[in-house]
Design a binder for this molecule. Structure first.
Ligand code: F6R
Length: 607
């Protein structure tokens, strides 16, 4: 994990670099630091804490110098200490490095380097790289970095500066994301594109095993064996505004409110008259050969996968299984060319999902990525990609990425049903009408924000909560529970409503809030009403997410939050919104850092 930035040019590196680094804080925020070259030496400042706190104390952004590297950390190897914070230097302080990734053979390398007289000052895996560079350096910085990279095994995105090369920044990438930003007589490196904000729209995406040597006037790319390679920049259309809070107190709230727009953007240009037009985005995908779908994903994206399973089996009649990406490889999955694997990921960098994607490809499956971040690893390695177009999601808890994933998965489902001729034309028309109605309905749910804020006050002091749902709403119970626990640190469990009586019912008493997704449908509504009775009979407190106009439920539940009616298949996109808002408000009232919950990071690039 971790976020890295580098700058070389004529402006003050620290001012530019620290500003960009703030946009990477979602990647980790237990410690941060900066290294710049000034007057023939490297100055390093680093410490424990989030970027703004640390900057206020250490004035990192005031460091002088025109070449610098910057880092925000999510600890993997080595605890959260000042010594383990990046950047790291060799003992002579001639070289400095920032790194994102994991060096798997660092223990052997460290032993070897210590035996050769190197003195280590941290317990990180990263530090071995800078000692190797120092050892191999004979006047050519790039050569020394290349030699060091040959010794290491594992993943890296890194930036290196050296006292003897005050206008040079070397960067390299393998299995951890890295891009180069091309400015006017200046270059940047960053873990992702949005980090550069409005600095530049000209981007070069680094591929695995590539190294770049940057000076204010040049960018030269090399393979690991030192051969020069030619790479061209691309221009990304990135709205820097959308990476700002825009008047909201937190990114999470802003992103919850962006959902109607995110869903609109996800479906825009994909519907024409009464047809789904995904053909151009999926060139060469042989739909008639798809006999089975396996979905791999993690966390919230996995919940989107569970809902997609309902969609795909109900509307496209394709047998579908959903796997935790992290577990997928540890069975012996049966995959053939008739299997389409869907890899769902907001960041496109989740290591477990990426590993599952590679395993699926190795076994002969076609992989279709459902991804938000353009240029990300999953997007690039998938055979086909459908981007969700939700815009940058900065809050660590996924909200708009989830609903835009569902919108795209729905379009894909209807498209598959259409091409496979299992959905008649009038049904396709109705399905398209349903999704077109969604953004406005989502807007209506958002109007409940003030009421939900009031409701949240009741649950601030709770230590446990149960979330129940059935059928397509069971994944919403899981997602509601995940949202609450990750931002408010209240223990919450999602359960299939009917399973409650096989164990969790023992937990229910007057102190247990039970959130029940009880929207009206022909499939599960009546059964869920019975489950509510079961909770009430044990004095549990029921908060129901119900359909507008449902008067019956008011007689049973203690609190009712009503959402408009859409089809059963699309109802999760509406019922999740009150649960997101509730989690947000509970967390704010508990004084939690909702955008950067403890121990979490936005892109989980470690397995
Ligand atoms: C929860 C959350 C995580 C992510 C998970 C996968 O709010 O954000 O559970 O959904 O880490 O991340 P992506 O979608 O980037 O692969």
């Amino acid at each position: 994990m971790c976020g890295i930035i580098g700058y070389v040019g004529y402006r003050r590196a620290a001012a530019v670099g620290m500003n960009c680094l703030r946009r990477l804080e979602y990647r980790g925020y237990d410690s941060c630091g900066a290294a710049v070259i000034t007057n023939g030496s490297i100055t390093v400042k680093k410490g424990i804490g989030k970027i703004d706190e640390l900057n206020a104390a250490l004035h990192l952004d005031a460091l002088p110098g025109h070449t610098g590297i910057f880092h925000t950390r999510w600890a993997t190897h080595g605890g959260v200490t000042v010594e383990n914070a990046h950047p790291h230097c060799d003992e002579e302080e001639q070289f400095s490095i920032v790194h994102n990734g994991i060096i798997e053979n660092y223990v052997q390398l460290k032993e070897r380097l210590i035996a050769q007289g190197h003195i280590f000052s941290s317990s990180t895996d990263t530090e071995v790289i800078v000692h190797l560079i120092a050892q191999y350096y004979t006047g050519n910085l790039r050569e020394a970095v290349l030699r060091a990279l040959h010794d290491i095994e594992g993943s890296y995105a890194l930036g290196v500066i050296a006292v003897n090369h005050p206008t040079t920044l070397i960067a390299a990438r393998h299995e951890s994301p890295l891009i180069v930003g091309v400015g006017d007589h200046e270059f940047f490196i960053a873990s992702d594109i949005p980090a550069l904000g409005s600095e530049t729209k000209k981007i070069i995406i680094m591929e695995n095993k590539e190294v770049v040597e940057l000076t204010p006037e040049s960018a030269e790319f090399f393979s690991l064996d030192g051969k020069k390679i030619t790479k061209n920049h691309q221009v990304v259309e990135w709205d820097a505004q959308s990476a700002e809070k825009g008047g909201f107190d937190h990114f999470m709230l802003k992103e919850i409110f962006e959902q109607p727009r995110a869903v609109e953007d996800a479906i825009a240009n994909r519907i024409e008259d009464s047809c789904i037009t995904l053909r151009e985005e999926l060139p060469g995908l042989d739909i008639s050969s798809i006999k089975r779908i396996i979905i791999v994903a993690c966390g919230t994206s996995w919940h989107a996968g569970l809902i997609a399973e309902f969609m795909l089996e109900e509307l496209a009649r394709i047998p579908t299984e959903v796997e935790y990406a992290s577990e997928f490889r540890y069975r012996n999955p049966i995959i053939d060319r008739g299997t389409l694997v869907l890899a769902i990921s907001q960041s496109g960098e989740t290591a477990d999902t990426l590993a599952a994607l590679r395993e699926a490809k190795k076994r002969g499956a076609n992989v279709l990525g459902i991804v938000n971040v353009i240029g990300s690893s999953i997007a690039r390695e998938s055979d086909f990609v459908l981007f969700t177009h939700a815009g940058p999601e900065i809050g660590v808890a996924s909200t708009k990425a989830f609903t835009s994933q569902l919108a795209v998965l729905y379009l894909l489902t209807v498209y598959l049903g259409e091409v496979k001729k299992v959905l008649p034309i009038d049904q396709i028309r109705n399905r398209i009408r349903d999704i077109r109605a969604l953004p406005l309905q989502m807007q209506r749910v958002l109007h409940l924000n003030a009421d939900i804020q009031e409701i949240a006050k009741k649950y601030v002091k709770k230590t446990n909560a149960l979330y129940l749902g059935r059928g397509i709403n069971y994944p919403i119970a899981l997602e509601g529970a995940l949202k609450l626990k990750e931002v408010s640190y209240i223990h919450a469990e999602g359960y299939p409503a009917a399973e409650m009586k096989h164990g969790p019912i023992a937990l229910i008493d007057e102190h247990m809030p039970v959130f029940v997704v009880a929207t009206q449908d022909d499939q599960t509504y009546k059964k869920v009403m019975s489950n509510i009775e079961e909770v009430k009979a044990r004095h549990g407190e029921v908060i129901a997410i119900a359909t507008t106009g449902d008067e019956e439920i008011g007689k049973k539940a203690d609190v009712v939050i009503r959402v408009p009616k859409n089809s059963y298949i699309l109802s999760p996109l509406l019922s999740i919104i009150p649960l997101q808002l509730l989690s947000y408000h509970v967390a704010v009232l508990r004084g939690c850092d909702v955008d950067r919950p403890r121990n979490l990071a936005k892109a989980v690039c470690v397995e």
